[in-house]
Design a protein around this ligand. Structure first.
Ligand SMILES: *Cc1c(COP(=O)(O)O)cnc(C)c1O
Length: 352
């Protein structure tokens, strides 16, 4: 991990933190961009930096309008609140963020019922299963309105063919289609498909600036003007109307200018990390896609792993599904990858 001058938390020194790509520190250049941002009251629509960011992303991703929001969870929630009314239903992956990792927000706050669908081995939702889950029009059933997809999902890129087939299904069956694109830029960089080519299949898209792109805060929801106007209303209701948010939008702008292409470095490091761990023989690497590596460690060894890695000042996500996840990002360099492999080598030797 690189440490920068001005990092106030000395405790970060020397740690390789692979728990998530959300742990990045804003770079000095990003902080400088934030410090000089023009700002206004965004609830009045008067923050020039927020307005510029929204216009830029709408233009780049091929939508009428965009809305800057504090989190990806809120961005997805707003989309669901706009696409669905009370008593409606959305179809979603059983291990999708919009089902499993958002506190049940659509149900809790929108009275919207999720219909979870089991993922195929490649992470996609089999479209015949999706179609069979659409409820008949009958008072017994919730009204199926929306399909939510995620790309990347556990680091996996959904193919353009799959997304086009999902679009065709939604058109044929009268459903809206939302993308949780928290890591859509990872998908774009990994596949060489332009972000707007991924986005064009969807009625609404949520992108996170605070994951691999390295901004401290912020996601953007994209859609039609009408959808975004409704989402802006719900954003206020949810307490997400921010004031001089241009300071954050400036960080997001900087991230889009400087941190998109370099996602390829994260992907290459994740591949090297997976290769290195496989090379140890004793560590079961179950998957590596884009910036994520998953490994399987016997449950009874997880606490020992956590302690071993902690002593080596390496952090990984333990207790996630699959059980152990390692995510590369802006603040993990080649030395960090090597230290992680070495730490696992030590653990493997100790376990043997
Ligand atoms: C991180 C993430 C989100 C949004 O998370 P926030 O922490 O609320 O910004 C949404 N979907 C996926 C797949 C994510 O990884």
């Amino acid at each position: 991990m690189q440490l920068r001058k001005g990092d106030s938390d000395g405790d970060l020194a020397g740690w390789v933190d692979l728990r998530s790509d959300t742990v990045t520190q804003p770079t000095a250049a990003m902080r400088a961009a934030m410090a000089t941002a023009d700002v206004g009251d965004d609830v009045y629509g008067e923050d020039p930096s927020v307005n510029a960011l929204q216009a830029r992303l709408a233009d780049e991703l091929g939508f009428d309008a965009a809305l800057f929001v504090p989190t990806g969870t809120q961005s997805n929630l707003l989309a669901m609140l706009v696409h669905c009314q009370r008593g409606d239903e959305y179809l979603v992956g059983m291990d999708a963020h919009t089902y499993k990792y958002e506190g049940g927000g659509a149900a809790v706050l929108g009275s919207i019922q999720p219909q979870p669908i089991a993922h195929a081995a490649d992470g996609s939702l089999p479209l015949d299963v999706v179609e069979a889950a659409i409820k008949p029009v009958d008072p017994h059933f919730a009204r199926t309105r929306l399909l939510c997809l995620e790309n990347t999902w556990h680091g996996r890129v959904m193919s353009q063919e799959y997304l086009a087939a999902a679009r065709e299904l939604c058109d044929r069956r009268g459903l809206a289609l939302h993308l949780d694109g928290a890591r859509m830029y990872n998908a774009a960089v990994a596949s060489g498909v332009a972000p707007r080519e991924i986005a064009r299949h969807f009625d609404s898209v949520s992108v996170c600036l605070s994951k691999g792109l390295g901004a401290p805060v912020g996601s953007v929801l994209l859609g039609t003007r009408a959808l975004i106007d409704e989402a802006r209303r719900w954003r206020k209701v949810c307490g997400g109307g921010m004031r001089q948010a241009g300071i954050l939008a400036a960080a997001a702008w900087h991230a889009l200018d400087h941190h998109v292409e370099r996602l390829a470095d994260d992907h290459a490091r994740a591949a090297r990390l997976a290769d290195g761990l496989r090379g140890l023989g004793a560590i079961a690497v179950t998957a590596q896609h884009t910036n994520m590596v998953f490994i399987d460690v016997p449950t009874e060894r997880l606490e020992a792993l956590r302690r071993h890695l902690e002593a080596a000042r390496v952090r990984v996500a333990i207790g996630y599904t699959p059980k152990v996840r390692l995510v590369t990002h802006l603040d993990v360099d080649d030395a960090g990858v090597q230290r992680t492999i070495d730490a696992f080598a030590g653990f493997a030797a100790q376990s043997a």
